[in-house]
Design a protein around this ligand. Structure first.
Ligand SMILES: C[S@@+](CC[C@H](N)C(=O)[O-])C[C@H]1O[C@@H](n2cnc3c(N)ncnc32)[C@H](O)[C@@H]1O
Length: 405
């Protein structure tokens, strides 16, 4: 078949997960030759990322494309341009939901079971033709089972996350120096905190395994840094002094916490987070231990590029990094090739009170040593098992979240 070259809108709504790397190999209609899940080497596994203030900027683009993406779901789906797709060769496939074989151009074929589904019969509606292989909910549930079944192989984890070999992952997290506390009552400190890794080494391995699995399934190489690739924006373009209205410079003491997080990641003391799979939201991130208010949970990492060059990008994870007076200088972080756990964190539905209540993180941009960075920071105490959420919209409201759960 094909769900081919995609229309220009966000994929925000799969009730199934689009797993480009892992998807099944049995479909006759696949465009690519991704390895079968059954053939994946699940030895692979683990580490993490780490990762007001001058506010968040997910997908804050000034482009007209984003305006299209922010239309309500009903209006949005009627504007889909499916005409670019290539029809299935002579196949007579009916939608498994409405049982009709009409609207052939809207039929998505599962890359594992080959069953058809109208994009508009799926709940939530699939707005964008998946770029890679696509699995129906039945098949993605089966696949998810294998996601949680991987073996924990320490050497693989060390290699995956390029953890410094001098550290022993079987030990507890390295000891921290005790800080002296004053007897006087102090004003509540608003200092940023470094995260506290889980003490149990096996638990940390599992956390890292979950990140490695999610990244591998999404064909993303692990990177805990902003990356400047040839042909994309150079490092010199990331100049926070160009930020319209200025960007908050990270305070010295907060920088110490930030650096500590970076160091911990390098030695495999990952943040206490687990990536899980949710049939509505896709990959999601959960706290796997207590996270205190104001903790730096992760840095949003990936390739830095000019926003103007990404206007037709179909990624749903592009994060705004620098907003200048000149659109041509605005920067974004693109985690589609390199990235870390931050790109799996869910967004709130910021159109509903329920959605807003879920928020426990904030995406905040800082000038750190003359380079803009986007960090995900806890805005309240978060308990083990809580799913992490932040508002994908910063000061602009152009990331469509009205269909979010
Ligand atoms: C930055 S990615 C988050 C990771 C994503 N779940 C994945 O599996 O790769 C953003 C996409 O995740 C999904 N998502 C995030 N938050 C959601 C929510 N609250 N409800 C439904 N889908 C959500 C949407 O498809 C959105 O376009």
């Amino acid at each position: 078949m094909c769900r081919e070259e995609r229309p220009t809108f966000g994929r925000d709504d799969f009730n199934v997960l689009v797993l480009p790397f892992i998807a099944g190999s049995c479909s006759a209609h696949r465009r690519s030759s991704s390895p079968s899940i059954d053939h994946l080497n699940w030895d692979l596994v683990l580490a993490s990322s780490f990762s007001n203030l001058a506010m968040d900027g997910r997908c804050s683009s000034r482009s007209s494309k984003r305006v299209l993406a922010s239309l309500p779901a009903s209006e949005f789906s009627s504007q889909l341009n499916w005409s670019e797709k290539v029809p299935i060769d002579g196949a007579d496939i009916a939608c498994q939901i409405c049982k009709l074989g009409d609207r052939e151009d809207q039929l998505l074929l599962c890359d594992r079971c080959n069953q058809g589904f109208h994009s508009t019969c799926l709940r939530p509606i699939v707005f964008r033709v998946p770029l890679g292989p696509w699995l129906c909910s039945n098949c993605s549930c089966n696949r998810q089972k294998s996601i949680t079944d991987f073996p924990l192989v320490q050497t693989k984890i060390i290699d995956f996350f390029r953890i410094q070999r001098s550290f022993d992952l079987t030990e507890g997290p390295s000891k921290r120096r005790k800080t002296t506390s004053s007897i006087c009552m102090k004003k509540k400190s608003r200092r940023l905190l470094a995260y506290t890794p889980s003490k149990d080494p096996l638990q940390r391995l599992k956390q890292m395994a979950s990140v490695a699995t999610a990244l591998t399934s999404s064909s993303i190489e692990y990177s805990n840094e902003l990356t400047y690739m040839p042909g994309l924006a150079p490092r010199s373009a990331n100049n926070p002094s160009l930020e319209k209205g200025g960007m908050q410079i990270m305070k010295k003491e907060d920088k110490a916490s930030y650096q500590k997080c970076k160091e911990m990641c390098k030695r495999g003391d990952c943040p206490p987070l687990l990536v899980k799979f949710d049939s509505h939201e896709g990959f999601v991130v959960e706290a796997d231990g207590f996270i205190k208010d104001l903790t730096i949970v992760a840095e949003y990492t990936g390739d830095v590029d000019y926003m103007s060059k990404r206007e037709n990008d179909d990624g749903d994870s592009i994060m705004g990094l620098l907003f200048t007076d000149s659109e041509s200088k605005d920067l974004v972080i693109c985690p589609d090739k390199r990235g870390n756990i931050a790109r799996f964190v869910s967004g709130i539905n910021n159109h509903t009170r329920e959605g807003k209540k879920k928020q426990n993180l904030k995406s905040v941009r800082f000038d750190i040593d003359g380079e803009a960075h986007a960090l995900l920071i806890a805005i309240r105490d978060i308990h083990k098992g809580e799913r992490l959420y932040y508002d994908y919209n910063g000061y602009q409201n152009d990331y469509p979240t009205e269909h979010f759960v």
